[in-house]
Design a protein around this ligand. Structure first.
Ligand code: DQA
Length: 147
């Protein structure tokens, strides 16, 4: 099983950026934990962070040939990007949306996600654990689908 993990804009600043909201772990530490969990669940990950919408979209398009599912924290593009949503819908790969913070208890502009309607589901509010829960959910979904 091979999966694409995408981190959207500003997530390269994790550990530095608004630590009270996003936690003190760096993106490298989160990626390491993801690789570890993937390994124990016998899956392989390609992980990419970008601050550019088009780079994320290109990666989603490429994933069609290389991966069976996508785990994505779209960052602020969650709330703005119809293009990202269309890319996910277009490739048709099962996708799980994750957020470190609980977007539903924050500012009104964060409470709408363009991505949620094309995702299997959303995990929001568990800090770095959101990623690990999301990865587990995605892998289980894909294995159930295949069996
Ligand atoms: C975020 C929530 C978004 O609203 C914000 O723009 C981010 C991070 C999260 O993981 O909690 O960059 O996706």
């Amino acid at each position: 099983l091979s999966l694409l993990v995408l981190h959207g804009p500003n997530l390269n600043l994790l550990g530095v950026r608004e630590v009270g909201i996003y936690g003190s772990l760096s993106l490298e530490q989160i990626d390491q934990a993801l690789h570890q969990q993937a390994h124990s669940l016998k899956a392989k990950l390609e992980i990419l962070q970008s601050n550019h919408e088009g780079v994320l979209i290109d990666a989603i398009h490429r994933a069609r040939q290389q991966h069976q599912g996508i785990l994505i924290n779209p960052g602020a593009y969650t709330h703005t990007s119809i293009a990202l949503r269309d890319a996910i819908a277009g490739v048709g790969l099962p996708t799980v949306e994750v957020h470190l913070s609980n977007i539903h208890r924050r500012e009104a502009f964060r409470q709408h996600s363009y991505i949620a309607a094309v995702a299997i589901g959303q995990i929001s509010g568990f800090g770095a654990q959101s990623y690990l829960l999301g990865l587990q959910a995605l892998i289980q979904h894909l294995r159930l689908q295949a069996s």
